[in-house]
Design a protein around this ligand. Sequence first.
Ligand SMILES: CCCCCCCC/C=C\CCCCCCCCC/C=C/C(=O)SCCNC(=O)CCNC(=O)[C@H](O)C(C)(C)COP(=O)(O)OP(=O)(O)OC[C@H]1O[C@@H](n2cnc3c(N)ncnc32)[C@H](O)[C@@H]1OP(=O)(O)O
Ligand SMILES: Cc1cc2nc3c(=O)[nH]c(=O)nc-3n(C[C@H](O)[C@H](O)[C@H](O)COP(=O)(O)OP(=O)(O)OC[C@H]3O[C@@H](n4cnc5c(N)ncnc54)[C@H](O)[C@@H]3O)c2cc1C
Length: 634
Amino acid sequence: MSKEIYENPDLKKERQNCPFNKEEITHLLDGGKEKTIERKQLENYILSDEQLKDAVPMEYLSHADKYAEELRKACLLMHKLADSPAGQVPTLRALMGAGLGSAVLKEGNPLALHYVMFIPALMGQGTIDQQAKWLEKAYNLNMIGTYAQTELGHGTFLRGLETRATYDPKTQEFILESPSLTAYKWWPGSLGKTANYAVVMAQLYTKGKCEGTHPFMVQLRDEETHEPLPGIVNMWLNPVCISSYIHYGTYVKPTNSKLSYATMVFVRVVVCQDVTTNLRKAVTIATRYSCVRRQSELKPGDREPQVMDYQAQQNKLLPPLAATFAFQLAADHLWNLYHTANNNIEQGDLELLPDLHGLSCALKALCSSEAANFVEVCRQSCGGHGYMSCSNFPRIYGQVTAAETYEGENTVLWLQVARYLVKTRKEQSGGLSVKYLIGEEKGPKTVDTTLEGIVKLYRRAAVGLVDVAIAELDKSGRKGEAPHDAWNHAAVYLIKAAQAHARLFVVESFVDSLKEGKLSAPVRTVLSQLCELFIIYWLLERSGDFFLCSNLTKQDLLLLNSKYVELLAAIRPQAVNLVDSFDLRDEVLNSPLGCWDGNVYQRLFDEAAKSPLNQSNVHESFHKYLKPLLKSNL
Ligand SMILES: CCCCCCCC/C=C\CCCCCCCCC/C=C/C(=O)SCCNC(=O)CCNC(=O)[C@H](O)C(C)(C)COP(=O)(O)OP(=O)(O)OC[C@H]1O[C@@H](n2cnc3c(N)ncnc32)[C@H](O)[C@@H]1OP(=O)(O)O
Ligand SMILES: Cc1cc2nc3c(=O)[nH]c(=O)nc-3n(C[C@H](O)[C@H](O)[C@H](O)COP(=O)(O)OP(=O)(O)OC[C@H]3O[C@@H](n4cnc5c(N)ncnc54)[C@H](O)[C@@H]3O)c2cc1C
């Protein structure tokens, strides 16, 4: 007789009479039905492999054992990729997109940098000959690379990097050196124990002149023994300059000095997708748990309610639920822009590079910071059980907060966006993602609280805040301040303007996608509710920006607040159906709180039982330390 599959009765009830086709949303998020089929095949292919499962929870292993265990699985994963019926690269791309990597490699992926930065650096900056020499070797894993840019003393200010690459015309070689302690490469993933090659960013010196930072291919370790090559600690010999700026000893300037920063742009684009995948996991865990958890008393004398029935809980979880759709659609738009810009750059057309840089900085900073805040709210919404390591919130939070710093610390990226916006506004030049700065809303500044009316408010805020920042810069200039001082003293306004620009892009992506998308009526209804909820939520959170730049009144805000709480109530019944549409398997969620069947308490109990401390009633330390203390009559 088939074993009855347990399903928590509350979750079961949540899933009854779903008014929309969940698979339609799954296909939308995957990029089509075929992509969903591909993803599910990949998940089965990988998650069914017993050797990729952890014998014991990773949190109970030593640092060295964690590294060894993750490396074992990563290497096994590579064999599976190589043997994958879909082919290595498509499978790898699918793996990166589905958040599967962290489902298997929970403590970090020793080979991630090889794929996410080392290979993209070769592809984006290597010459044809260099790609012919190294790309196949890299894809075949006959070499493991990393991307070594950040130093102990510098991570943000690339022009301040100290590692030097001096070209010797006699030997036609580059001598790489770390001239000081602060020049030591620090932070690069895999550099410590895994990689045997690195793309190293160094200041290129030739004929006594510094030509700025350039990428160099450096072998770090012997390919057989894995021993560091002689002098590798602070003097690196025989690197090869990636890209082709030295012709017969003469430096040839690249068409754009920032092309060497292209790898960072690529990763910023990837990070937007990655933090969105992590946010989807957190929202799924918190939503399902909030429908299983019953606590306190809503109506005196009634049964304890599902905590999701508290408006306060809906206010915590439904905006991040809406954000997962908003960020996914924006990340898709950015990915398309990246491909267009990259194809043009390969043809020598750099026109879209500033737009791509501006937008990738804006979305990486916005999606990572918002996702980090939302993941923390999801954790808090699960009370004490959300604090447990096995909830998976600590790991998810660690992954999204890292993204606020790596690949460009967010504040620094916001200022990059502001630099681009001020320049564009002043030049009134066309610019892909600042189209609205040119086509700003004319006509009366009256507010209408329809969806279109709210988008117009976002547009006014984005344009208005750039103008406020420019007015601050001009005011400082009139006081005789030097441009760099004026810029520094306007930083608060500049960052607000950059953030308003990023929010407008996300809002317009969401609204436009619903207009263009071929959606069934029920799916369009629920996604439109999420869209309206999200853009009102952000407006209410940042109402100061809108007051500054439009005729928004207190009455308008009260009306928007009422609309917001109405939308919370309207979406509440579909919360579980919406997270079910993400189609995240339990192994990917990796959390007893978020499991599909809602059997939370038994799974929490089973997880606790795995602790080494729970393998005996009295731990040996009692006899060593506690018992003597108890006897000591202090
Ligand atoms: C088992 C195996 C399975 C494998 C599967 C893989 C598993 C992985 C799964 C999923 C994917 C995981 C998700 C992603 C993980 C990523 C891990 C990443 C790890 C982290 C790596 C790093 O952190 S690398 C180091 C990053 N460092 C930075 O970003 C440094 C930030 N600083 C800067 O960028 C610059 O210093 C800064 C731009 C801030 C200032 O530079 P500066 O030279 O001073 O420029 P400035 O004077 O301000 O402007 C001059 C001019 O240049 C333009 N510009 C600047 N930067 C760029 C650029 N990047 N592109 C284009 N243009 C640029 C700027 O706009 C100015 O233009 P003008 O205004 O003068 O016209
Ligand atoms: C998990 C993780 C993985 C990483 N992996 C890699 C890797 O694989 N390869 C690699 O090369 N690097 C890597 N890094 C390093 C990362 O790229 C840097 O930490 C990042 O670029 C920030 O630089 P920083 O550490 O120098 O911070 P700093 O820039 O020193 O930041 C300190 C403070 O100074 C502020 N600040 C700095 N400049 C300005 C400015 N111009 N205006 C206003 N405020 C400013 C910042 O906003 C911040 O508040 C990784 C980092 C992390 C956390």
